[in-house]
Each structure stands twice: as structure tokens, then as C-alpha cells.
Design a protein around this ligand. Structure first.
Ligand code: PLP
Length: 308
């Protein structure tokens, strides 16, 4: 297949190729079983955000999955920087992108097969973020809905590793969106406590204290940790805790965090307005300002500017 004019370049098993040429065999274990790990950061003003933290988390995920990428974190970092260099010209001055790494356990080898690559599949890519699709969440807030599906329990598959197994979260998301296309699924953990969503962690604010579910039950988000660090710097009391729906319904403020969204306010939980309905409560506002300062990018405006 010939390369499109502005086709993105991806790192694929040792080579930098146009995305359309990065093809994996159908007996790839990640295609068959979800047997792989990944990590995802973003750029702010074309600068990669906390790449080191993401690479560290990535290697922790791979270690937990007994996955060997066949390269060091330093090599993975250098490749990631090169992939951004190869593609950043495709993004306008006020645009940013996701930057991700993927490693799988490779092809399921069977007798008589003839693939041209064995061993781990290694992919490093950058791709557009759905800014326009999500812009309204910064105007209206995120309507969180709790699906019946519970988050995979840590004693079944650790949520602290970022794996290619997202079906649990996807099922929760589909259940919620079937009822409210704008709804954002936040799953409960096995004990009925608020846990996390598809690509996002959750925070509550009550009586000036910032609260978030315990790390054991969630993916330790890099944006989650960024908010925790900023809260400490700002002197905002913070605690990890088991937070159930009663805590959610009685929160003064609430927001979700993720790499692409950074901090996005929650408007309601299961249809119950959060606090007095003020979307950008005092603590949320202070953290958003601090986060924007840290990344030198007014991300709320970056989203709102995409609203029709
Ligand atoms: C299940 C899950 N929880 C939380 C997050 C948020 O993590 P981060 O802040 O690093 O994007 C993600 C990110 O993709 C995720 O997939």
C-alpha cells in the first residue's frame, strides 16, 4: 500500500514505517488474547508530558505481565522522542497528540507458520486526541454513571498494569452509553467502592479535603499522581480512601483525571448533581490552574475552543 501524503509514521518492530504498513499477523497474541501492555501520554505545546513517568509505569506493567520488550527503557524513550519528531509537523500550533507504546507477547507460534517476525511486537505511535468530541465536558461537566459491571478485582487481574485487556471497562462504558450517550462510566470495585473508568481516575472533594480511591484497585494514573503532587504543593489536604456512592452523592466537588483530559469536572453522579452544582468548585479550580501552569498550557481553553 502506497504511503499517503501526510500519513503518520509509526515505530514497528525495529523500523519507522507509515502506519498502514504496520500490520500484525492474525495469530498475534494480543489480537487473540489481549496479551500485551501499553502506555499513553500526550504532548502539551508539542512537548511530551512526563515521558519518564509513563515509561516507568510501562515497564512496571510489562514486568507484572512477565513481558520482555527486548529493549531498555532508555531505548524505548529515544524511540518515542523520534516518533514524535517524525509526526509533530502534522499537528497545528495549538494542537497536541497522544503518544503511546505497545508491547505484546508476539505471535502464537504453531507448526508450519511462516510469519516474518517472532518475539515481542513493539509499537510506538502518536495519534490525535478526541478534543472536539470531548470539549462539551468542560462546558457541561461529565455526567458520571455507575454501571452494574464491577472493575476487575486485583486478585483476578491487577488494575495497576496497563494491559491490552480493556473489555471489563469497555463493557461498563457500553452499558452506560446505551442509557446516556454522554454518560461517563465509573465502575465500582468488588467491595462496591468508586473505582475508575475507561481511561480515567476519579477524585472527590469534601469539606476542603481531596479524596481518591486507593491505588490497589486502580491504574495509578500519571495525571492522578500529578494532581496529588499539586494538592500537596498547594497545601490541600489529601487522602486515598474507600469511597462509596454515599461519599459520591455527598461530595462538594468531583472530577476525573486522565492524560488527555488532565482534570475535568463531574456535573453529576447517577443523575445526582454534585455539590451545589457549581462545576468548577474552589478546590477543582485551584488544581486546574496549577495543572495548567505545570504544563504551560490552558487545557480547558484548548478544549473549549473546539466547541461549535
Ligand atoms: C483504567 C485506567 N485508569 C486510569 C487511567 C488514567 O491514567 P493516566 O492519568 O496516566 O492517563 C487510564 C489511562 O488511560 C486508564 O486506562
Amino acid at each position: 500500500m502506497s504511503k499517503l501524503a501526510n500519513e503518520r509514521i509509526v515505530y514497528f518492530n525495529g523500523e519507522y514505517v507509515p502506519e498502514s504498513q504496520a500490520l500484525v499477523p492474525y495469530r498475534e497474541r494480543s489480537f487473540l488474547f489481549g496479551d500485551g501492555a501499553f502506555d499513553l501520554t500526550r504532548t502539551f505545546k508539542h512537548r511530551i508530558f512526563k515521558l519518564e513517568d509513563h515509561i516507568e509505569r510501562f515497564y512496571r506493567s510489562m514486568r507484572a505481565l512477565r513481558l520482555d520488550p527486548g529493549m531498555s527503557p532508555e531505548e524505548m524513550t529515544a524511540i518515542t522522542k523520534r516518533v514524535v519528531e517524525e509526526n509533530i509537523h502534522l499537528y497545528g500550533g495549538d494542537e497536541d497528540c497522544w503518544v503511546g507504546q505497545r508491547v505484546t507477547r508476539g505471535v502464537l507460534k504453531v507448526e508450519g507458520d511462516n510469519w516474518n517476525h517472532y518475539g515481542p511486537t513493539v509499537i510506538v505511535e502518536c495519534l490525535p486526541m478526541p478534543v472536539a468530541d470531548r470539549a462539551h465536558y468542560y462546558r457541561d461537566g461529565v455526567p458520571v454513571v455507575i454501571p452494574s459491571v464491577r472493575r476487575t478485582s486485583p486478585d483476578a487481574l491487577t488494575p495497576r498494569a496497563k494491559t491490552h485487556n480493556y473489555l471489563n471497562l469497555i463493557m461498563g462504558d457500553l452499558e452506560v452509553r446505551a442509557q446516556n450517550p454522554n454518560g461517563w462510566a465509573i465502575l465500582l470495585d468488588r467491595d462496591g467502592n468508586l473505582c475508575e473508568g475507561l481511561g480515567s481516575n476519579i477524585f472527590l472533594v469534601r469539606d476542603g479535603e481531596l479524596l481518591t480511591p486507593r491505588e490497589n484497585f486502580v491504574l495509578p494514573g500519571v495525571s492522578r499522581q500529578t494532581v496529588i503532587d499539586l494538592a500537596r504543593e498547594l497545601g490541600i489536604p489529601f487522602r486515598e480512601a474507600d469511597l462509596d456512592l454515599f461519599d459520591g452523592y455527598n461530595a462538594d466537588e468531583a472530577f476525573i483525571t486522565s492524560t488527555s483530559l488532565c482534570i475535568c469536572p463531574i456535573s453529576s453522579i447517577n443523575g445526582m448533581t454534585v455539590g451545589d452544582g457549581a462545576l468548577y468548585g474552589a478546590v477543582t479550580k485551584r488544581l486546574i490552574d496549577a495543572y495548567a501552569g505545570l504544563v504551560d498550557c490552558d487545557f480547558v481553553q484548548q478544549y473549549l475552543s473546539k466547541l461549535q
